[in-house]
Design a protein. Sequence first.
Lengths: 189, 569
Amino acid sequence: MLAQLRPAIVLMALFTLLLGLAYPLAVTGVAQLAFPSAANGSMIERNGQLVGSALIGQAFASPRYFHGRPSAAGQNGYDASSSSGSNLGPTSKALAERIAGDVAKARSEDGLAGPVPADLVTASASGLDPDISPASAQAQAARVARERGLSEPQVRALVDRTVQKRLFGLIGEPRVNVLALNLALDELK
Amino acid sequence: MTQNGWGQIALFCVIVLLLVRPLGGFLTRLYSGERTLLHPALAPVERGFYRLAGVRPEQDQSWLAYALAMLAFNLVGFLVVYAALRLQGALPLNPQGLAGLAPDLALNTAVSFVTNTNWQSYGGEATMSYGSQMWALTVQNFLSAATGMAVALAFVRGFARRSVQGVGNFWTDLTRSTLYVLLPACVVLALVYVALGVPQTLSSYVTAKTLEGADQTIALGPVASQLAIKMLGTNGGGFFNANSAHPFENPSALVNLIQMVSIFAIGAALTNVFGRIVGDERQGWAILGAMGALFLVGVGLVYWAEASGNPIHVALGLDPAGGAMEGKEVRFGVALSALFAVITTAASCGAVNAMHDSFSALGGLIPMINMQLGEVVIGGVGAGLYGVLLFAIVAVFVAGLMVGRTPEYVGKKIEAREVKLTMLALLCSPAATLIAVAVAAVSPLGLAGLQESGPHGFSEMLYATTSAAANNGSAFGGLTANSMFWNVTLAIGMMVGRFALIVPMLAVAGSLGGKKRLPPSSGAFPTDGGLFAGLLIGVILIVGGLTYFPALTLGPVADAFATAAGRTY
């Protein structure tokens, strides 16, 4: 074992310099030059004010905005410095009660009669899911139109324009970025 | 289940299969000492490392010297990580001013990253400075993966060599795996990840003013460089708490696809390396075929379970068409969440893009079984190959018992010493898993971490001890594992699961290497076809099934009955 100590210590030191400093710093340098927006978190500004990241969901409670999914990140949800899912299990009473409450809320706010889209009343894995399904967005369109004094077809058309389709028609799921949709909504007159 | 979902699963499988031969050929040339395209640039670095470290690269080590070198290197790595985490508050690149870790958490984390487990009792963005992520965790992500590749290679040499004592040189196997395989691939992958939206910065967290006027602090960091090796090295430790479910750590389904392929690429190619080195590629394909069959059954079951939706929640008014979406991200949906869960537990990766704790009972059962079978379905880089070869030894032994001949595998006689050592290696991980979960289930300290009561609470503990001993690292996250009891218990499990398997396995390699290679004879059981693949599957399932069935009955199986009955806890 003693004979192996010198190579063990020297190689650990060399690899730490190479893999723990040179590699991440070199990647950072190239990334900052070649892809500055993505490398710094795909931030979005409006009128010179930082309003969030295109990739990170944020909380929407006002009836004038489309709402994202329930979030378990941080104390009040959508805490982007404390990502987390609820981790509640399939037979959790707490989860069943939370879902029942959110279903009742969606039905009263949005006047939904039938089944509620699953993603609208379930917490995401990260607590920061920026997206909802197109069905969840359409389910809220009537309420948003009413609250903003817009016509419902106008709002539904906006949702359709904001839908991101599957890559090559195959990869991923169709989705609507809630922040992008609400930013576009604020632009509608 | 949809056609599109199966289409995406098929696309993934095709990409992995297309990579097997090119990557297998490259790795075989590299490990045989041939020059590759990368040598003009990297060979001087390699030689410089050997000179400074006093390593003679051509020197063959006995299995014992090889094992001691591996243990010494891992011990030094453990001490470096432990010290770096304890002293975090005094070290640079810590823009959030995060404090040093408590002793039990630093111990657990250091063991976790050195053993290629990447179990995380902490949340990344709230605990780890950028510096710790780089010089403690990223470094071990590379080196623990390279250790696995080195050890697997030593084992393969045991089969291929004739009447020699040595199994190779640990230092050259380690250095070549890192310099010529992992590092160049990660430089490319990291930049691709940034181009597709993954952050890579040393600036501090930023605060945005949301559309509704609230402050939102957004965690950032050098994510892409860590992500690349986390997947390729089947480490799985997330930069952020939510791991590859975090939109910064997995921004789109395209990034998700690259991550999934990264997990399987090297492990699948190593089966081909095995075939090439023993002189018959079909030996490798037979093993990959057995792995592939087990994998597809697992994917089908989890996808079906998650797509069906939870009957308790459907009764509350949820649309079952969306599937069980609690703990899943919209951009991945149920198909890619199910596929990722099976991949990450089939390999010893442990990264997650959905929260396994919120999966249905069956959807959580399959990942658990994947780990309990020893992660031999592709498996961790290196670890998967030596794991499945141990089962192959048992399989030919069983076949030998049935026909009454001394078993042979790829030209080597398998005798009492090899079978005993193999069983010792295979029994360590189940012992560590089941003893730990039994202790936890009767200890108030163990039960204190549970989020769920009822059978799912037992599942949370069983998943944790399974994940630790299998060196996986994924979790049923409802368990609060950052306590003295769980940190120490799981650290012991991780060490046993890694080193108590590797050392007897290297002894088998040494023992096999000393034997003559027999010419193929008509009496030997053929190990390059479907019959052997079927027998191998049978042995894997029987060993795993008999060992874990009672524990699984108390957890996920009872949970499935409770779900069907509409019972909540």
